[in-house]
Ligand binder design. Sequence first.
Ligand SMILES: CC(=O)SCCNC(=O)CCNC(=O)[C@H](O)C(C)(C)COP(=O)(O)OP(=O)(O)OC[C@H]1O[C@@H](n2cnc3c(N)ncnc32)[C@H](O)[C@@H]1OP(=O)(O)O
Ligand SMILES: O=C([O-])CC(=O)C(=O)O
Ligand SMILES: [Mg+2]
Length: 306
Amino acid sequence: MAGKITRPRPNKDRLRRTMMFMNAQRPGLIKDAYIYGCDSIMLDLEDAVAVNQKDAARFSLYHALTTIDYGDTEVIVRINGTDTEYWQEDVRVCVAGGADGIRIPKCESAEQVKEVEAAVEAAEKEFGVEVGRTLLMAALESPLGIMNAYEICTASDRMLGCAISGGDFRTSMRVQIEPDGIEINTARSMMLLAARAAGVQCLDTMYPNLDDEEGFRREVDLIVRMGFDGKSLINPKQIAYVHERLAPTQKQIAHSEKIVRSCREQADAGVGVYVVDGKMVDPPFFKEAERIIELAKKCGVYHGDL
Ligand SMILES: CC(=O)SCCNC(=O)CCNC(=O)[C@H](O)C(C)(C)COP(=O)(O)OP(=O)(O)OC[C@H]1O[C@@H](n2cnc3c(N)ncnc32)[C@H](O)[C@@H]1OP(=O)(O)O
Ligand SMILES: O=C([O-])CC(=O)C(=O)O
Ligand SMILES: [Mg+2]
């Protein structure tokens, strides 16, 4: 067998349009998950793993982390909650195996993030991993988690972002999944505001109804319009539509190109506000146009020369 896999230093700001869950104990799911092309895989030690299988899942996780080359696919591990007896050993194995990041489930406070951060740092020292390498993210799964979203997102320099978790959130709110998202949209908006204020990424929850393609697409359309960076997924067939909807369209790209080019010319001519394709543009529009071009480049759909 080849030597232990070492992964490049994780990047907080990379594309995370899709983060796909898989039970860390199931070889059939984790052995070649990179082939599906999601941005991140999430090897789960928490709710996908039965309580009497936690040790077995950790062994399987370590083997996967150290022997499978996931290439450009980011490797995140969902550890067990900080109120369980499992999470500290989960952290040691993630760090020893070289995972890119850790997802803290059912996160409700900045203190929980700091507790995990301390355990991660201790593990990095124990296993000779560069201190600061392992990223963190928080899953917000309760009203309290949502209310504390900003403090959670700013609790550590390692935080790449947060994700809302609809299953547990709906249970704690005593509601069920609705076609228009009325039961969860306030929480989505609050979390988005907190994440943007903190300057970190923001992911939507998984969609559990695998056979309801129409419902899935409706939810993706909604969260794209709301401004999410990505979505948690549970199945490979959910990847393509999220990537398609989160990439700028050619129409958006062409319009953004016009704005970026004209903005440079107009600035030289001393003009601050003017009209492109019948729409007023000024500095916030320039910035947004530049963001769209950058996003198009990262998504591989930009073919221009800016
Ligand atoms: C509320 C929460 O906590 S959600 C997070 C915890 N949940 C999970 O981790 C569930 C993740 N998803 C899964 O395990 C599976 O998709 C299931 C059990 C829901 C459905 O499984 P299946 O019926 O086998 O799905 P499906 O028939 O669509 O699978 C097609 C292929 O994709 C693979 N696949 C399916 N889901 C995944 C996944 N999440 N990750 C990687 N590969 C997957 C299957 O192994 C299968 O591969 P094969 O053709 O080589 O055999
Ligand atoms: O994070 C997610 O989307 C999955 C999850 O744990 C939940 O829905 O409770
Ligand atoms: Mg959950």
